[in-house]
Design a binder for this molecule. Structure first.
Ligand code: M6R
Length: 608
């Protein structure tokens, strides 16, 4: 989603800002802009389209100055256009504002300002912020920002500069991430850490309600009551290299390849001296667990699909009733939750607004909360009672892969831990299952080695417009994820179905040549899955079967078969899904699409 970078120091601000924005490109955007204070006035340059277009514009009209703000916009209010791009300003261009989030009461404020004669240049919600700051400004920029924040409702991460204050950059946050990078004789703001890594690894993570005043040499943070707050410096442990492609053509394929390592880390770093699961970051004791009567797993998109697998894992291994819900639905439903409920929020970014809102709703109702997230210090990590970090490393590609498989790994480990603490799993079975989970990374390596076969199959799918993914049980959860991957990066319209459900309507859509990707990794459901494959085959479908080695019977019904190495039924989906990631990746790459930054999408969805 939108990206913010701001700089104050001795360098040319535009260079730092453009470099930082380029590192946030993965978040998804449709226009970009920068504003600098050149010592006399605020100069703004902004453009619809890719950063490169803005870069070319800046070569013709360079902006000089050592402090400024920049933004990549993902349109919400108003189409992608030069006028709607950030930064926004007041009528005399005395200030500039960049904003992530949504100002919910902007229409009301806009009509008020219009009555006072203010002329708006864009359709955005953000523009009310710049006019309000100007309206309240009488020589004290911080005061004007505070008065503006008192008026607006909604979510914001803001960067503000004013022509009268070439020495000050103001930032504010509520429900949209913003960090401050701490340098020597220079300071930075950014909506995400990769934008800063070239310059510093020391950051302050702003909390909701924080307002920060940056000069070259100082950083002061205040709360909404204008009281100074002290912040703890966080040192980022990963480097720029882990946020670059490292020789791969796209981040997505790099991240697919990183999965065996990520899963191995996720498991081995959490084993105690007895080789059993130990979560340092959660404190759910036997007594706590005894009080928990039900569990909700709440998430969006791919993280939701991981939650579906988690549900099966916890129900099967720990025998606790689990519901799954999509975050944006959960918060407006009437879920049965109270202090005897554990709500697990799954989120790669830890910033997805719907999941954050679901977490707050769960807390309000007294539930215990546990976050599974990849980003340390993210909003969801900070607000949940317990946190499990996935340790997948930075995931840059919009399409989630390694975060998803490490989320599933964490959920399996959680299921084992819970089962043991609830005495529903004896020590021997616990160890056996854990050993099998530990084999997953090498099984995924074998799947990745089979990439040339996936590429051949992808070649047959390059020109298709529609397709289906089918599977039973755990395979159905995986089918949903495979279908989402194909849609989001390859723009092939696919749907996923529980294989037994197809004949209740959707089978009408199967025509000669319709691709059906059929997962049949569950031994106890294998024969039933074969019957479902026969049903679509009889209607002329082109079937790509995915099963475990040894199930050669599938070759009699499928046109192409991808084999997963022998693995326990519980973990077969976790291994098999890598085929689906590779398939979507190659179809997208063969079509020449922007694999890492698919159209209309954003990496971190910080609006409702
Ligand atoms: O950061 P989160 O895990 O909360 O994000 C949730 C979804 O937006 C995300 O998984 C999305 O579906 C991905 N683009 C899928 O690849």
């Amino acid at each position: 989603m939108c990206g913010i970078v701001g700089y104050i120091g001795a360098r040319q601000a535009v260079e730092v800002i453009m470099d930082g924005l380029s590192r946030l490109e993965y978040r998804g955007y449709d226009s970009a802009g920068v504003a600098v204070n050149d010592g006399r006035e605020i100069v703004i340059e902004k453009k619809k389209g890719r950063l490169q277009l803005l870069e070319e514009e800046l070569k013709v009209k360079p902006l000089c100055g050592c402090m400024g703000i920049g933004h990549t916009r993902w349109a919400t209010h108003g189409e992608p256009s030069d006028a709607n791009s950030h930064p926004h300003s007041d009528e005399t261009c005395s200030l500039a504002v960049v904003h992530n989030g949504i100002i919910e009461n902007y229409l009301e404020i806009k009509s008020e300002l219009k009555k006072n004669g203010v002329v708006f240049k864009s359709e955005t919600d953000t523009e009310v912020v710049s006019h309000l700051i100007d309206f309240y400004y009488s020589g004290d920029l911080l005061d004007a920002v505070y008065k503006t924040l008192e008026r607006v409702r909604g979510a914001y991460a803001l960067g503000v500069i004013h022509k009268d204050r070439p020495d000050v950059l103001i930032a504010a946050r509520k429900d949209s991430p913003l960090v401050i990078g701490v340098g020597e004789g220079e300071n930075f703001i950014a909506s995400d850490i990769p934008a800063l890594l070239k310059y510093t690894k020391n950051v302050y993570l702003l909390e909701d309600g924080d307002v920060a005043v940056l000069t070259r040499d100082t950083i002061e943070v205040y709360d909404l009551q204008r009281k100074k707050v002290s912040k703890e410096l966080t040192e980022i442990t990963w480097d720029l290299e882990s946020a670059t492609k490292g020789g791969y053509p796209h981040f997505m394929i790099k991240e697919i390849y990183e999965q065996p390592h990520g899963i191995k880390e996720t498991i081995t770093r959490r084993l105690d001296e007895n080789g059993l699961v130990r979560f340092d970051d959660i404190k759910l004791t036997r007594e706590d667990l005894a009080e928990i009567e039900s569990i909700y797993i709440v998430a969006c998109g791919t993280a939701y699909h991981a939650g579906m697998v988690g549900r099966k894992a916890i129900e099967k291994i720990a025998r606790i009733k689990v519901e799954t819900d999509i975050s944006s639905e959960f918060r407006y439903d009437t879920p049965f939750i109270d202090e005897k409920t554990l709500v697990i929020l799954v989120s790669q970014s830890g910033e997805t607004l719907d999941t954050l809102a679901a977490l707050r709703e769960a807390k309000k109702r007294g539930a215990r909360t546990l976050a599974i997230t990849n980003v340390m210090g993210s909003s969801i990590a900070r607000e949940a009672e317990h946190v499990i970090y996935t340790w997948a490393g930075p995931e840059i590609s919009v399409a989630s892969t390694k975060a998803y498989t490490t989320q599933i790994t964490c959920l399996f480990m959680l299921a084992l831990d819970m089962a043991f603490k609830k005495d529903v799993l004896d020590l021997e079975s616990y160890r056996t299952l854990l050993e099998k989970l530990k084999e997953v990374p090498e099984k995924i390596e074998a799947v990745i080695e089979n990439e040339p076969q996936v590429r051949q199959i992808a070649d047959k799918l390059v020109n298709v417009e529609h397709g289906f993914f089918i599977g039973r049980g755990m395979d159905y959860c995986i089918a949903l994820e495979g279908s989402l991957k194909m849609k989001e990066i390859s723009y092939v319209h696919t749907e996923a179905f529980a294989a037994g459900e197809l004949k209740h309507g959707t089978i009408a859509l199967i025509e000669p040549g319709t691709p059906v990707i059929a997962l049949a990794t569950q031994q106890n459901l294998f024969e039933k899955s074969i019957s479902n494959i026969k049903e679509v085959k009889a209607r002329g479908a082109y079937v790509i079967g995915i099963t475990v080695e040894g199930n050669t019977l599938i070759e009699q019904v499928a046109d192409d078969v991808l084999y997963v190495p022998r693995v326990d039924d519980l973990f077969a989906g976790l291994v098999g899904v890598v085929y689906l990631q590779l398939l979507a990746y190659h179809v997208s790459a063969m079509k020449g699409l922007d694999v890492d930054k698919p159209r209309n999408l954003a990496k971190s969805v910080t609006v409702e």
